[in-house]
Design a protein around this ligand. Structure first.
Ligand code: CAP
Ligand code: MG
Length: 436
């Protein structure tokens, strides 16, 4: 039995091409691949409806006030649509609620074969309800007492398996070789062979010795990733051992936990290093999921001080323009609508987040990464490219420092290597390889 469609559904009421959204509305931009049995209008109406006030059918409970709160598809092509949402739909300072709407049920609708949340403009009144980074780019001055970056971080490898003693030996070698930060790997938390508390205690002693030895300030990005209350405890422990930074796997732990930990960072006056492990499950394919660009926007909003955004030249997927766009998004105060896939965004007094280049880096590619980033407000992170040095971690750290010196001195790595034996050996092993 076929029913009269008009009486059952009201999806086209969510399309209004004459509508001019106000400055105080959230505007989301989607790419969609519609199912064969629906029209473009059927599709964009469904997206605006299900992400705001509607459901699959007309409702006897609807009144004018609620109808006025609907999402409106106001601009579209055959595969892109912009939807506006009045601010009243959204709770301030609540990223999970935002995502339950603009990235919620719509992704499962039969009407779309695939769907991607490309970007969204968040109005200033909404942005102001978040804290943003506690230190952000100021961490370079505040923690390291340095005028400018980049900071150099080292990730002990093998990524898991080392005992606390082995881990701290590697940290010592890297710190004394010139590295600023030792970063835990994303899957190192508190395992039987390397317990969290013991690692923190020994790392603090090693840091103190390394600071004495070098005269430089050293810190660590120790991974607190766990259940939320446990993360709070772990962060306090790190704080009590004199570290200013801590690290969270921000995608696997979730927005809610990350918002909680941002509060903790404020209370303890610490900075957060955000590792994005698992992001590629939904960011990698441009036709489905959520863009890394929008995820980065959310992370700056919540208040992550450092965020991984890719290297261009390393082992993990990170197209050049994406990396540059995200770097600008994290550091700038104003983003203007550019290529039609990045919407305008104002940040008010929200601080910038330090972008992190990591994954498959080694001395031979470090100057290239610096050229792409075109800023010293950033962090370079090297794991295998330090510990794989033929003469070990200490020499590997020195080789990375020397590569950065070459970039600062604006000379080629070959020229630098004439007076930098560690760099010469690194180039001998890896050259300028771009790992896959
Ligand atoms: C790098 C790394 C980082 C990735 C994360 C790793 O080690 O420790 O976790 O860079 O990726 O485990 O791969 P290497 P992204 O230097 O040995 O490659 O920065 O893209 O989020
Ligand atoms: Mg890692």
């Amino acid at each position: 039995m076929t029913k009269d469609k008009e009486k059952i559904e009201w999806y086209h009421d969510f399309i209004d091409r004459d509508y001019k959204p106000g400055e105080d509305e959230i505007i989301a931009l989607y790419y969609f691949d519609k199912a064969d049995e629906v029209s473009v209008d059927d599709t964009i109406g469904r997206l605006a409806s299900e992400s705001s006030i509607g459901t699959w059918t007309t409702l006897e409970t609807l009144d004018d006030r609620i109808f006025g709160m609907r999402g409106r598809a106001f601009s579209n092509t055959d595969d892109m649509v912009k939807i506006s949402y009045p601010l009243i739909l959204w709770e301030m300072n609540n990223v999970p609620q935002l995502m339950s709407g603009i990235a919620g049920n719509i992704f499962g609708m039969k009407a779309v074969k695939s769907l991607r949340l490309v970007d969204a403009t968040l109005p200033l009144d909404y942005v102001k309800s978040f804290k943003g980074p506690n230190m952000g780019t100021e961490a370079i001055k505040k923690i390291f007492k340095r005028k400018e970056g980049p900071l150099l971080a080292c990730v002990p490898k093998p990524k898991i398996g080392m005992t606390v003693e082995q881990h701290c030996q590697v940290a010592w070698d890297a710190w004394t070789g010139g590295v600023d930060l030792i970063k835990d790997d994303e899957n190192l938390t508190s395992q039987s062979f390397n317990k969290f508390q013991a690692r923190v205690e020994e790392m603090a002693k090693t840091r103190d010795k390394a600071e004495k030895e070098t005269g430089d300030i050293k810190d660590a990005l120790i991974n607190v990733t766990a259940e939320t209350k446990e993360m709070e405890k772990r962060t306090k422990l790190i704080h009590d051992h004199g570290f200013r930074y801590f690290m969270i796997d921000v995608v696997t732990t979730g927005f809610s936990a990350v918002q909680t930990l941002r509060e903790v960072a404020g209370d303890l006056d610490m900075a957060i290093h955000a590792h994005r492990a698992m992001h590629a499950t939904f960011t990698k394919h441009y036709t489905h999921g959520i863009s890394m660009y929008f995820l980065a926007k959310l992370m700056r909003l919540i208040g992550l001080d450092n965020l991984h955004i890719g290297t261009v030249v390393g082992k993990l997927d990170s197209p050049k323009q994406d990396v540059i766009d995200m770097k600008n998004l994290l550091l700038d105060q104003e983003i203007t609508e550019s290529d039609g896939r990045k919407l305008k965004q104002s940040w008010g007094s929200i601080k910038g987040t330090l972008p992190v280049a990591s994954g498959g880096l080694h001395p031979g590619v470090l100057p290239e990464v610096m050229t792409v980033y075109n800023t010293s407000d950033m962090i370079l992170q090297v794991g295998g490219g330090i510990h794989g040095h033929p003469d070990g971690t200490h020499a590997g750290a020195k080789a990375s420092v020397q590569a950065l010196e070459a970039w600062r001195e604006d000379i080629s790595l070959e020229d630098k290597a004439k007076s930098a034996p560690e760099l010469a050996k690194a180039l001998g092993k890896w050259g300028y390889i771009r790992p896959i």
